[in-house]
Design a protein around this ligand. Structure first.
Ligand code: ZN
Length: 247
């Protein structure tokens, strides 16, 4: 079930027997010559939506803009400052816990978000820790590409050039969801360079077309379907484990 298409009565009924929620979280940033700007939000959104359909877990709207300052050299990118994202995440978490959700499972699509999401969890727990009381909720963070079995599948599907940004895997997931928006582009060099990530100007100089270490021209709908199926199954198992921890 999706929170966005549920009624408040349906949510109230859900909360009578369940307390868990999956929140897809991503970014809106350039993904090279053939990747959608929304890739990092679309991937966790698609995987969570399919898990919700199969298992009945409630899925929150996608937190779809994140830490992308280093991609700001490419038009279409939107970034939050860490302080803005921390504040927004506090309000999201407080809104969910206000209504009785006690297990918040963030399914993340962007490595650059990890530090800020972890800091947001600390912010959320801190008032309880400072009061000397137990927090009545718990949060967890899982990157979709680190769900059980997914990294191995990525390696099998794309043994060369999956890369670390604008990967063949993530572009495949978006093509699975939006097959009419596939883009066929010749890439040069075939496999993009690798290097450190700093500010936006430095990034664009090091990685002129936006990719890091990848050859996403290998992306396909079929690979995306395989990845989503594997990630969905692993997500259901992992979320169920987390939701059951203190029940
Ligand atoms: Zn990405």
């Amino acid at each position: 079930m999706q929170l966005s298409t549920a009624t408040w009565q349906e949510v109230e009924a859900y909360l009578k027997h369940a307390r868990g929620l999956i929140i897809p979280i991503g970014s809106h940033e350039q993904h090279g010559p053939n990747g959608h700007l929304g890739t990092d939000a679309i991937c966790p959104e698609v995987i969570a939506a399919e898990a919700g359909l199969e298992d009945g877990i409630l899925i929150a709207p996608t937190f779809n803009v994140g830490q992308a300052q280093h991609h700001m050299g490419f038009p279409g990118t939107i970034t939050l400052r860490p302080s803005t994202m921390l504040a927004a995440l506090q309000d999201w978490i407080s809104s969910f816990t206000r209504h009785g959700f006690t297990r918040l499972y963030f399914l993340n699509g962007h490595g650059g978000n990890v530090a800020t999401i972890q800091a947001a969890f600390s912010e959320a727990y801190a008032p309880w820790s400072l009061k000397g009381e137990a927090a009545p909720f718990a949060c967890t963070l899982q990157n979709w590409w680190e769900l059980r079995g997914v990294a191995d599948l990525c390696k099998r599907l794309f043994p060369v050039g999956d890369g670390s940004h604008a990967t063949a895997s993530e572009v495949s997931v978006t093509y699975y969801k939006y097959p009419d928006f596939q883009k066929r582009v010749d890439m040069s060099p075939k496999i993009a360079p690798t290097g450190p990530i700093r500010d936006a100007a430095d990034y664009r100089r090091r990685f002129p077309d936006g990719r890091i270490g990848s050859d996403p021209s290998q992306a396909s709908v079929e690979a995306g379907a395989e990845l989503v199926a594997a990630a969905k199954a692993a997500l259901i198992a992992d979320a169920r484990r987390f939701f059951g921890e203190n029940d």
